[in-house]
Design a protein. Sequence first.
Length: 390
Amino acid sequence: MPATDKKVIIFGAGMHGQQALKMMGDEKVAYFLDNNAAKHGTFCNGKEIVGFDKIEADKDKYHFVIASQYISSMKQDLAAHGISDYEVFRNYLFSYYETPELVFNPYESVHEASSEKEWNESEKLRYSRKEVFEEVEELYGKDQLFNHIEIETINRCNGTCAFCPVNRNVDPREETKMSEELFYSIVDQLSAMDYSGKFTTFSNNEPLLDERIIEFNRYARAKLPKARMHLFSNGTLMTIDKFIALTDILDELVIDNYQQDLKLIKPCQEIKEYVDLNPELELNKKVTIVLRKPNEILTSRGGDAPNRETIGDYSDDRCVLPYKQMIVRPDGKVSLCCNDATGKFTLGDLTTESIKDVWFGTRFKKVREALYKGRKYCGNCKMCDTFTGG
């Protein structure tokens, strides 16, 4: 909550902006500010969405709150308009879905691209590219540990999502399960480093296909008390017993309910009923069932997404992921990033090398140097339109 008597203008009318409005209350907020001119004059949760021209004359009367992942770009926009009275809404930064709603429909706050052309020309993509470029500038040359690690204990998924290069109909990978010895070794190394970043036993797979997943997470929780533990699942194999066990361990559980008409699948309906019957547990604070469409246009995943054909040229763009995340495949090989779903590029092997030796090693350094210069210098990255903060 801003410590000011001024009325607030929330910069960003997307999901994070709407979360900020809920926290601050209607009376405190005057407008939403957004760079998308198509939104100007429309309303979001009862608040008008305006552009800078609308508030230019009275800007000093307001306190601004940046509520978006595009923080660097928005700070520059505010500075360009002579605005220095602002803060960043950080409630969402460590969670994927900071919402009190158990069942969340992202399409209500984020527009779904109806075509590849619309995706390629979206305002969101333009802003994301700028944000990532500037974040790499800040991180380049700094020897800091990753703040996000994904450990894929089994490289299989039972989903058929059109945008996924490893859905069960097209997965080219040889089926592999991680040995218990390797998993415990990885966690023990993280424990010795007093690791406090994000940790998950999920990457390009459905984690519940591994019957050891609860046991693995329980071990990690005991060893990594400071880590932010989360898990993504498509929910198809979720039972109430598994749900109870996982929510007792994790900081956040996200269940992607893939159904083209946005209806709850049976396991998710059962979970909703359980949560509704046990309000005292407040499970909605750590669990989100996200309504997702399996036939959706999303990122190109380095050119590997099955439903993408028209891919732009991102040769001169940068990528921040190899500066912030480590992706471990079941055989211990470390991938280029989370978008390298099939493991085309290997930057290390945790069966023969330590986590630190891989992360601070020659191959990762070369990748970071290449991506600082531009995506054209690194494998299939020039065809990748994933722009995220990691």
